[in-house]
Design a protein around this ligand. Structure first.
Ligand SMILES: *Cc1c(COP(=O)(O)O)cnc(C)c1O
Length: 394
């Protein structure tokens, strides 16, 4: 991994930073500045003309943010990384840079709610169109590609039902038509899944989730081939300006150092909780990417190192039963978001996916009885004891 072929765990700690010239500071310095002094008027002229490397103004570049951008690029095995003030900042910058009025975007059957909102806005303002398809076979994808298709946008695992899409297969079809594939890799993080290595072109992240991992930052990242990321940097990142602040970049760099350790522990805990839930009489259905009984398991084995920390499950009864379960928890937190040290539990039908019309929501498998669990880093026995006592009250 990385430019000098270090392994992932080492890259996550070292890539993009050199303490030499930084007073030996082991921790990446926080450059909390909006602008930079030029040594002369002529130097300012050279920098604006692009004739000399160097910082100008922090919306265009900041040394702390540069370390973050180099680090995520190496962790995803991409050529260039860019940082944004939120996951939606990254997603909107990428989608707006890669498309134009009247274009068509082909999407996986489930995408993040605000990404759906962004596409709806682009449809209304710029006469664009989009289709949602399951992306199970090459034939199905080929049948939906139009002359004006400018981008294939994929989320896998799909939130919250954990359905998987074979990224290598999608990338192979896209190559036939020379269409870039953009993947939202938030749920897996680069430790578990690296879409660029499977032939995809751009990866986007809500770094708010696993990459930061500590629930104290809203941030986004985009990584990919230079041909696409240079365009994003020069246009939508700079001119729309949803850039990350230096302190958030600093916190994110700190969180990312422990990503491999945390993802393994999230996965260890989730595997234990999955086994317990699966056997519990109150559970009607359960979804987890590394469920060996799931029809998607061959895809999981192929592209995801482990299952990650998110499990969705269905109980019997009504919406009220699902709400009662959440209300009966003693210390597990009822909250949206995921990937934090704390276990978070939510009700998609009335929270993260409430904006989706009921019939579409049900087609996506998001019933009133479905609950999403982001398994945290606590002792798995404590997580289970709290879930079990609440389940037993149903
Ligand atoms: C949270 C999330 C986003 C949006 O990220 P923000 O950092 O909240 O802007 C996008 N995609 C997925 C899959 C997410 O979970």
């Amino acid at each position: 991994m990385g430019n000098d072929n270090k392994r992932f765990e080492t890259t996550a700690i070292h890539e993009g930073y050199n303490a030499k010239g930084m007073h030996g500071s082991i921790s990446t310095p926080l450059f909390q500045t909006s602008t930079y002094e030029f040594e002369s008027a002529q130097q300012g002229e050279r920098r604006f003309a692009g004739e000399e490397e160097g910082y100008i103004y922090s919306r265009i570049g900041n040394p702390t943010v540069t370390v973050l951008e180099k680090r995520i690029a190496a962790m995803e095995n991409g050529e260039r990384g860019l940082a944004f003030s939120s996951g939606m900042g990254a997603i909107s910058a990428v989608l707006i840079a890669l498309t134009k009025a009247n274009d068509h975007i082909l999407c996986s059957s489930g995408i993040y709610g605000c990404t759906f909102g962004l596409l709806t806005m682009m449809k209304e303002k710029y006469n664009m169109s989009f289709d949602f398809i399951s992306m199970d076979t090459k034939e199905e994808i080929r049948a939906q590609i139009k002359p004006e298709t400018s981008c294939i946008y994929v989320e896998t695992p799909i939130n919250p039902t954990m359905k998987l899409i074979d990224l290598q297969m999608v990338a192979e079809v896209a190559k036939e038509y020379n269409i870039p594939v953009v993947v939202d890799n938030t749920f897996s993080s680069p430790y578990l899944q690296r879409p660029l290595e499977l032939g995809c072109d751009v990866v986007v992240h809500s770094a708010t989730k696993y990459l930061n991992g500590h629930g104290d930052v809203i941030a986004g990242l985009a990584v990919g081939k230079r041909e696409f990321l240079d365009e994003v940097a020069a246009t939508t990142q700079k001119d729309i300006g949803g850039v990350i602040g230096p302190f958030d970049a600093w916190l994110l760099l700190r969180g990312m150092k422990t990503l491999p350790l945390r993802m393994d522990r999230h996965s260890d805990n989730a595997e234990r909780i999955f086994e317990k839930l699966r056997k519990h009489p109150k559970i009607k259905a359960i979804y987890y990417p590394h469920d060996t009984n799931h029809p998607n398991y061959p895809i999981a084995k192929k592209q995801m190192k482990r299952g990650g920390g998110v499990i969705a499950f269905e109980i019997g009864g009504t919406k009220e039963a699902a709400q009662a379960l959440l209300n009966d928890l003693a210390f597990l937190k009822v909250a949206v978001s995921l990937g934090d040290a704390e276990t978070l539990i939510e009700h998609p039908a009335t929270m993260t996916h409430a904006v989706i019309p009921e019939n579409e929501r049900l087609l996506m498998g998001i019933t009133d009885q479905l609950i999403r669990l982001s398994v945290g880093l606590e002792a798995w026995e404590d997580i289970w004891e709290d879930l079990e006592q609440a389940l037993n009250k149903l």
